[in-house]
Ligand binder design. Structure first.
Ligand SMILES: Nc1ncnc2c1ncn2[C@@H]1O[C@H](COP(=O)(O)OP(=O)(O)OP(=O)(O)O)[C@@H](O)[C@H]1O
Length: 272
């Protein structure tokens, strides 16, 4: 499928029966500094809707730092400064009138290590919809909890133990719980920072299947150390090196015929 970025198509549906593919997020000249030291350099890239974008590159190249720009998580880091523009549905998310807490409900995040709240399975999911005022009564809340757990592929495993602590689940189940928690507040975008790095191969395969299912509804951006994972789950791949975006393209193209020598060297294991 051709996903070449065309600003003229932004916000328009495809007319060929293919999934809607337009930039949900458009990053322009994004740089990040930690206490004045630059970690990300002038990165411009589109992030398409209803698809998975993988950020790959050697350790320390700025993948996680860049990911955190997309929901302003760098705001929470002392000394971090972000410049450039990030448009989401045409609005610059760094504008002073954007409420970062609301933004983070639209742009959910799943971390490396599953981090369920010290609450029941039910309350892990119910917490977000409650504080964001998304529900009027218990019935509606029950429905959101069930729907989110179903979408995260966890419902059948936990429906009879919703009152038990989220931390009583296995690592893979906890990660699916965290994904369900992100989904519960009806995000448009889901950011995942190495979501499988603490999981065994079976739990990893389960999360990868889930990501593939979720991409039909959401815009997903994933940081991964695993090139195999990027190749399996993503449709677009961005390769970072030393804080620079070296190359971005359709995942097939990046892995079979990269344009840049540095990308080729990385994916063929010559460095990294
Ligand atoms: N909170 C921070 N304070 C200061 N420097 C930071 C901070 N977080 C990251 N950095 C620096 O920014 C650069 C990019 O780090 P980042 O974690 O984004 O890279 P990464 O590609 O995600 O690495 P990894 O794959 O190892 O997780 C590194 O030089 C790192 O040391």
């Amino acid at each position: 499928m051709d996903t070449t970025y065309d600003p003229a198509l932004a916000g328009e549906g495809a007319d060929d029966g293919q999934p809607l593919l337009y930039p949900r997020i458009d990053c322009r000249d994004v740089s990040v500094f930690y206490s004045g030291k630059q970690a990300v350099f002038d990165v411009s890239l589109p992030v398409f809707d209803r698809s998975v974008t993988a950020l790959i590159g050697p350790s320390g190249c700025g993948k996680s730092t860049f990911l955190r720009c997309l929901n302003r998580m760098n705001d929470t880091i002392d000394g971090a400064k972000v410049t450039g523009e990030i448009f989401m549905d045409g609005e610059n998310i760094n504008s002073s009138h954007i409420d970062p807490v609301l933004l983070r409900s639209r742009v959910g995040m799943v971390f490396q290590k599953p981090n369920p709240f010290p609450k029941s399975i039910y309350d892990n999911i119910a917490y977000g919809p409650r504080i964001h005022g998304l529900v009027d009564d218990r019935q509606e809340l029950d429905a959101i909890v069930e729907k989110s757990l179903r979408r995260a592929g966890l419902w059948e495993e936990v429906k009879d133990r919703l009152g038990q602590p989220g931390t009583s689940l296995s690592g893979g189940q906890q990660q699916r719980l965290c994904i369900a928690r992100a989904i519960a507040v009806r995000p448009e975008v889901i950011l995942m920072d190495e979501p499988c790095s603490s999981l065994d191969p079976i739990a990893t395969a389960r999360i990868e299947e889930l990501i593939d299912e979720l991409r039909k509804r959401y815009c997903i951006v994933i940081v991964t150390h695993s090139m195999q994972q990027a190749a399996r789950v993503s449709q677009r791949t961005a390769f970072f090196h030393l804080g620079h975006l070296v190359e971005m393209g359709d995942t097939d193209q990046i892995f079979t015929s990269p344009r840049e020598r540095r990308t080729e060297d990385y994916i063929t294991g010559r460095f990294g």
